[in-house]
Design a protein around this ligand. Structure first.
Ligand code: AHR
Length: 503
């Protein structure tokens, strides 16, 4: 083992927060092959009675995704939800201006609700505040959530769906600060329409929770003034403000790319500070929570997308093929989200199938798990319980955009009911093993259950349909425990899951 070492100290009393399982949410947009050729392909040999691909459903269930955002994204800002309900043969074919494709409307609200049920997920519904407003939003809430006895709820019943969907979480539009958005607005314009939509939606169903649009990313020129103004108008009517951010390695600088989670951390801290500023200004008792409802690595497909001709149905847009190094970054981003579980209650890995996704399919063919599938699956499975405040010390490095980047990125989660303690860790060092020394404190009676890791000789390795297991997690040996100190070697450039049990 090399000489590089990091130390951490665990105590069960030092809790940050219970983790809301909706932190492991994801996203399906009417975009590219996410819906058509992704979750839905009625001619496929593995399609079920509703036309959903069961190979995809099985992988989604493996990820244990508790909530899926739908139907967009940029798509929602030009979407008429009425186009997607009722007899499929009577639904209009539309031009989707957001992605310059043709939308056949074979799948809409009721079909997606059925898919989500089969995937064991809830739906996080988004409304169109680009071309539409409070009226269509309140109608949609009535259609989805009201039992019967009113125009829109009776229409749902007529469409064959007797019981209301009872969607709990609703997004008030999408990325309304972005000039690319259909119906882009100033913060004042958006704050007002979001407030008025929120009011009528909650008058239809007071049990719903609402997410106001925050900035599209941390580099937006209007950030964080956008959040401050939007919250001035919506603070009393919404429960969450959204954050979106994607990360890439366009200049091939891996050390810098691996440090991108520090940028996410700074973004989260600034949004919390802005929420608390508005709270103070309003003398409010209410705490605003965060919904990081679009995050991932996204850059591989950018160029290829510009070459696709417009107006086809379900073209292969945003089909990033992820490398091992992307999986390490996704691991650090997940760790960062979980460390903020006291304020981030929901997050969506964007997206779930084919479009910047952990799950890929070949239309008419097989499917496979991308490299980023594994850190997400591990955290979603083992990262439930309370986050522990875990003081950590160790060596750091400097790179192009960041200083003092710790080689070790980690978070620990204690599941008291299961008596399981899990440490998630990334070693950012590209050449050296990092010796992790954990003082287990009052967990000293816990035993090591397993150490799983993902490593690769080649940072650019990918899983493909032909070679789906090029990069997969493997059980490690080499950890040892002496007294209350657990020592675990973390290989150079590795994703690690260290599981301990009190049983
Ligand atoms: O997830 C892809 C796109 O990224 C979404 O449609 C949009 O909200 C964001 O810009």
């Amino acid at each position: 083992m090399g000489t590089l070492a990091s130390k951490m100290a665990l105590e069960r009393g030092f809790t940050v927060s219970e983790i809301d399982e909706r932190l492991y949410g994801s996203f399906i947009e009417h975009l590219g092959r996410a819906v058509y050729g992704g979750i839905y392909e009625p001619e496929h040999s593995r399609a079920d009675d509703a036309g959903f691909r069961t190979d995809v459903l099985e992988m989604v269930k493996e990820l244990r995704v508790p909530i899926v955002r739908y139907p967009g994204g940029n798509f929602v800002s030009g979407y008429n939800w009425e186009d997607g309900v009722g007899p499929v043969a009577e639904r209009p074919v539309r031009r989707d201006l957001a992605w310059q494709t043709t939308e056949p409307n074979w799948i809409g609200t009721n079909e997606f609700a059925l898919w989500a049920k089969r995937a064991q997920s809830e739906v996080m519904m988004a409304i169109n505040l680009g071309t539409r407003g409070p009226d269509e939003a309140r109608n949609l809430v009535e259609y989805c959530n009201h039992q019967s006895g009113s125009y829109w709820s009776d229409l749902r019943v007529k469409h064959g769906v007797k019981d209301p969907h009872k969607f709990k979480v609703w997004c008030l539009g999408n990325e309304m600060d972005g000039p690319w958005q259909i119906g882009h607005k100033t913060a004042l314009e958006y704050g007002r329409i979001a407030c008025e939509s929120a009011k009528v939606m909650k008058w239809v169903d007071p049990s719903i929770e609402l997410v106001a649009c925050g900035s599209s990313n941390r580099q937006m020129p209007t950030f964080p003034e956008w959040e401050a103004t939007v919250l001035e108008h919506t603070y009393d009517h919404v429960e969450y403000i959204s954050l979106h951010n994607y990360y890439g390695n366009r200049d091939g600088d891996t050390a810098n790319f691996l440090a991108r989670s520090l940028d996410m951390d700074a973004f989260i801290r600034s949004v919390i500070a802005t929420c608390d500023y508005v709270k103070a200004k309003k003398r409010s008792k209410k705490t605003m929570y965060l919904s990081f409802d679009e995050w991932n690595v996204w850059f591989h497909s950018n160029e290829a997308d510009t070459l696709l001709p417009p107006w086809s149905v379900a073209p292969p847009l945003l089909e990033d093929l992820y490398t091992f190094e992307d999986a390490l970054v996704v691991g650090t981003l997940l760790i960062t989200l979980v460390r903020h579980a006291d304020r981030i209650k929901m997050a969506s890995l964007a997206q779930l199938v084919n479009v910047i996704a952990p799950i890929m399919t070949k239309t008419g063919g097989g499917s496979w798990r991308q490299t980023i599938f594994y850190p997400f699956a591990h955290m979603s499975q083992f990262g439930r319980g309370v986050v522990l405040h875990t003081p950590t010390t160790g060596p750091m490095y400097d790179c192009k955009d960041f200083t003092d980047v710790p080689y070790l990125e980690s978070v620990s989660v204690w599941n008291e009911a299961e008596q399981q303690l899990t440490i998630f860790a990334v070693n950012r060092h590209l050449e050296e093993t990092l010796r992790l020394e954990c003082d287990l404190g009052d967990f000293s009676s816990y035993k090591l259950l397993e150490h799983i890791a993902m490593t690769s000789e080649n940072l650019k390795s990918r899983n493909t349909l032909e070679n789906p297991d090029a990069v997969i997690p493997v059980r490690q040996t080499g950890a040892s425990k002496e007294g209350r100190v657990l020592t675990v070697p973390l290989s150079a450039a590795s994703w690690n899951v260290i599981r301990l049990t009190g049983k």
